[in-house]
Each structure stands twice: as C-alpha cells, then as structure tokens.
Write a protein that binds this ligand. Sequence first.
Ligand SMILES: [Zn+2]
Length: 212
Amino acid sequence: MTGIKDITVTFRTDLPLWPGDPTPTTTLMKSQEAGSRSNVTRIDTGVHFGTHLDAPRHFIADGKGVDELDLNMLVGPCVVAEVLGVKEITPGHLEALNIPAGTKRLLLKTDNSALWETPNHDFDVEFVAITREAAQWIVDRRIGLIGIDYLSIQLFADRDAATHVILLSVEVIIVEGLDLREIAPGAYNLTCLPMKIAGADGAPVRAILTAA
Ligand SMILES: [Zn+2]
C-alpha cells in the first residue's frame, strides 16, 4: 500500500443520526458573499456523530474525557480484520480471526461498511456490532483500541450498557463510524486523533491508515 488511506466518513449533517441524539447543523455565520471579509462556519453537533471515538466518560461517570486519553494508543500499529456475513460478533468470531498476539489496536470491517456507499442513508438499527462476551474477549486480550464501521460497538438491541461499560471501565478506546470499504484486511499503522475538547465523553476524529 502506498500513501494514506482515509477511513473517516466526511462530516455532513445528513449522515445517519443515532435515535434521540442532537441533530447536527452547519451554518455560515459570516460570508464573503454577504459582504463579510471572511467566511466563518458554525457547527453544532453531538460528539457521537459520524466518525468519532468514545472516551470512558461516555458511560463511566468519573472516567477520562477525550482530552485525557493516552495518545500512544491513538497512534500505532493496528490490525484490520474482516467479519462478514454476521450480525452479532461473538468471541468465536474474534478467535477465528487469528489476530497476532500482542495486537493493541483492532478495527473490525463488517457488512456495515457497505452502508457508507450512501452516506445520507437513514440510521440502520440492523447494524453489525459485538456482543458483551466479545467485549470481554477484547479486554482479556489486552487490546487497547477497538474500532468498528458503524455508529456503535454495541448491538442496537442490547438495551443495557454492558458492552460499552466492559470496554470503557478499563479504558479501551472505542472508535465508531469508520469507513473501511476500501481497506483490505491486514496490518497497518493507525492515526486516530480526537478534537481535544475539555472533559468531553467523545469527539469526532480524523482516522487514517498508512502502511505497516
Ligand atoms: Zn460513540
């Protein structure tokens, strides 16, 4: 692979919106067309919109905010693994991936990625995610960053917070809303940096892969 692979979904206000989350807006507050010297856009968005990460504070009241995350975990070697044709990713699916021992960052490419062919699709409750047992598998394997290609690591039908809590209580960083359509399974270097917002429970990220 040469160059940089961008695995970020472009921020636009018509991306799928998690039910009940704030509707994002962008507004041109100053515009040259209207006689201003400059163009200045205002954005208004929930922090779990589009490609973003979850900090522990998302589900752990006294957990770290995005501004306190360990940057060492947000940059470094990562494995992209493909789990196609399943709706619920279990420990069995993860075990079968045979990811190398010592893997610290794991991105799961699922059937979700195809949804990004149409960025403005309606939120799809049928998205692929991991079970709480799979979350525990990730913790047991000492993986420090887990990414997935839709808006939650947790199954929509899982109405309690177990999957998130298992991961966030030991400060596993969760990256959601990745676009992995163009990415072949394998080893890469990940750079995935959140906007540094004081105390925030999540933040938009620009996520890229480069050659391992
Ligand atoms: Zn989130």
